[in-house]
Every structure is written in C-alpha cells, then in structure tokens.
Design a protein around this ligand. Structure first.
Ligand code: F3S
Length: 395
C-alpha cells in the first residue's frame, strides 16, 4: 500500500498553501515513500538543527532565505545552537563578519515564525512534549532524550526534514513513530556505580561503541538525574547513533526485555576514559554545558567560581540557552561566573562555534564535546567531572 494523503496534505503538495509549504511537503512525502510509510501524522513540536553559519555556509543560508519568502511554521519550533552568543559574541572573540552572517540565519528563521531560542535542550526552556506525543526533532542528543527519557516519539530528523515538518505540521509515520520499532534489543547490566555527568557520558560511549544502533535496555542503575541523563543521551547518540534506550526503573517506555545480555564494568569505563584522554594535552580551554547547561548546573559552577580567578591563558565557556542565562543573570550566577573571568555563553557551544585554531586542548565533562573537539576542531582532549574541570581552570 502506498502513501495516502488527506485532502489538506494533497493541497499542500499541489502548492495551494504556497511555495515553501509545497517544497516541504515534497520532502515529507519523499521520505515517507522511501521508508514505506502509509500515511502522514501530525506533529506538535519541532526542533531544527543546522543553525550555525559555520556549518550552514552561504548555500544553506540562501536555501533558508528562499523558504522564508513565503514559509510560515505551523507548530511550536525551536532552534539548535548557533555559532555564537547572539548578544555577547564580541567578547568571545567572534568576528564581525561571522556575526553578521549568523544574524542573517536567525533572521530567516524568525521570519518564518520560529522561536529563535538556540539550544540543544529545548525541553528545558518550554519546548517540552509529553509521553506519547509525536514530534519531529533534529539534534541527536535531544532526539534521544525525547524518545527515551520523556517517551515522546520522533525519528532522528535532519535540518531540512525538521524544517519541512515545521512548515507542514506533519511527518511520515515510520521508524520510531511506530511502537513495534521501539522494543529493546540488547540488555546492558551496568556493574559499576556512576557518580557524575562524565561517568554517564562514558557509559554512553561504551554502549554506543558496542551496540551499533540496537536499542539498549540498561539495568542496575539506581538513580540518574536529568543532567546525567542528558549527558548519556548526548554520548550514546554520538558514539552509537542511538536514538532510543530504555533504563529499568527510570525511563517510561514499555518494552519486552531481550535475552541477549552484556556486562559493563569498571574496566570498560576506564578504557573509554583512557581513549578520551590525550597524553600530555595542554589544556587552555574548559567547556561545560554540552548538552546545554540547566540552571542547576550553572548554580553549582557559579558557587565553585565565586571569588576565584580563572588562570592566565585559560578560557572557560559555560554554554546554555538564552532564557536560562537570563535566569542566571537574575540570580546573580552570571556575575559570579564572569567576575571570575569565565564566560556564560548562551545560544552557542564549543562544537558549532568557529573555534578551530584558537585552542590547543579542551577539558570537559562531556563525552560528546570530546568527540567534536578532537574530530572537528583538532584539539587535544581530556574528560573530567565538573569539579575537576573548574579546578583545572583555576590552576
Ligand atoms: Fe549541544 Fe553542542 Fe553538545 S549542540 S549536545 S552543546 S555539541
């Protein structure tokens, strides 16, 4: 059976709702046909990735500007991090040229009606779907968090397909929108107590490296905070392309439990840590907030930096969403951080900002940030917990 469209969807495809909607519907229906969907389904929330001008370039910006000529979004839509803090970019060493182009990108999205808050944790700032809700999100860490921790249903969209869902309010029903594709395939018994966000990131790397896109059922973890789960989601998606996992007693999705069982012990985590530690790395950049920091993370870091001074020659970025930064300003956390010589950077992150060549070595608590720092920015890396990162910044 082929893809069946409703009257309204057919009209979108025929161009009766404008040029941009027609293009968007072409993308959605093409994906539906490729993946054997029988129908389109409404989505209530969209997260768009590919926002940094650094990744998008002039060709991407031209495409967006064309869509923005008559395109208007139909559902709540937020943006992934941009290449800079949209207000304080100058003091972070971003060039005028880059800033001008990044602003053009954000303006194009704004013209379409997108909420131009640039963050990879949209669920912390009001784009929060509920259990069982169909959504269309890009950004692998947020997709994994939505599917696994919240129990919403989304495929791992790309930038153009997420935008297409925003303009049509639809996605094709395939993949993770179908319950039959959300069943666990391999059990992981975690025989080690995880303490900090970097431990959870390392667990994500171990599972991601081993699993090869199978859906994990993770057991034996007694407690996990939202911040720790965010770290796990980011790394499990980065190292394994995993968009959904189950964690016994912690995540809400129903599943049968597979027989195939693997053990994760202390050695596995230590091996993963060793792989993310470049010997002799000279650390001159410390970044926390991948995925974007919550207000609780920021409060803790502000406390650690209060009355201290970042060492000469070191740069510290705490990255977060603009609304969270605004709360941090109101609470006095921003002042404590910035008076110490660190930066509370909103809208951007160390992976999508144009930072190549600016630093030698990154220390971070995020396994995902390590991946991009090494692969994309060619920095040496070290993974440590947040306390150790701040200690390094002050030494
Ligand atoms: Fe977010 Fe950037 Fe990390 S998009 S998940 S802070 S690499």
């Amino acid at each position: 059976m082929g893809l069946e469209l409703t009257k309204e969807e057919t009209e979108m495809l025929e161009g009766r709702h404008g040029k941009a909607t027609r293009k968007a519907m072409e993308i959605i229906t093409t994906l539906g046909e490729i993946y054997g969907a029988e129908r389109l389904i409404p989505v209530s929330s969209v997260q768009i990735a590919g926002v940094s001008y650094h990744n998008l370039g002039e060709a991407g910006l031209e495409y967006l500007s064309e869509i923005a000529e008559d395109g208007q979004i139909r559902v709540l839509t937020t943006l992934n991090p941009a290449g800079m803090d949209m207000t304080e970019w100058k003091k972070h060493g971003i060039s005028e040229d880059f800033a001008k182009n990044q602003q053009r990108v954000v303006d194009a999205f704004e013209k379409m009606g997108v909420v131009t808050t640039c963050t990879c944790t949209p669920y912390l700032i009001g784009n929060l779907p509920h259990f069982g809700e169909h959504i269309a999100w890009a950004e692998s860490s947020a997709v994994c968090f939505a599917n696994s921790v919240i129990g919403a249903l989304t495929n791992r969209e790309g930038g153009p397909s997420a935008l297409a869902s925003s303009l049509t309010g639809r996605t094709a029903e395939y993949g993770f929108h179908l319950e039959k594709n959300r069943i666990a395939q391999v059990v992981y018994d975690v025989e080690i107590e995880l303490q900090t966000t970097d431990d959870f990131g390392l667990l994500g790397k171990v599972i991601g490296d081993r699993t090869g896109k199978q859906i994990p059922y993770i057991r034996e973890i007694k407690n996990a905070t939202t911040d720790q789960l965010r770290s796990l989601c980011a790394s499990i998606a980065t190292y394994g392309g995993i968009a959904l996992f189950h964690m016994e007693g912690i995540t809400p999705n129903r599943t049968s439990i597979p027989e195939k069982t693997e053990i994760i012990g202390k050695d596995d985590l230590e091996k993963a840590r060793a792989e993310l530690d470049d010997k002799g790395a000279e650390i001159d950049f410390i970044s926390i907030g991948c995925p974007h920091a919550s207000i609780a993370d920021i409060a803790k870091v502000a406390e650690m930096l209060d009355g201290q001074r970042v060492a000469e020659g070191k740069t510290v970025w705490i990255t977060t969403a603009k609304p969270t930064k605004d709360v941090a300003i109101k609470m006095g956390y921003y002042d404590k951080i910035e008076k110490a010589g660190a930066f509370l950077v909103s809208d951007a992150c160390c992976a999508v900002a144009p930072l190549e060549g600016r630093f030698k070595g990154l220390m971070t608590d995020s396994a995902k940030a390590c991946y991009y720092a090494r692969g994309k920015n060619k920095f040496d890396i070290k993974i440590r917990n947040v306390e150790e990162c701040i200690k390094e910044a002050l030494e």
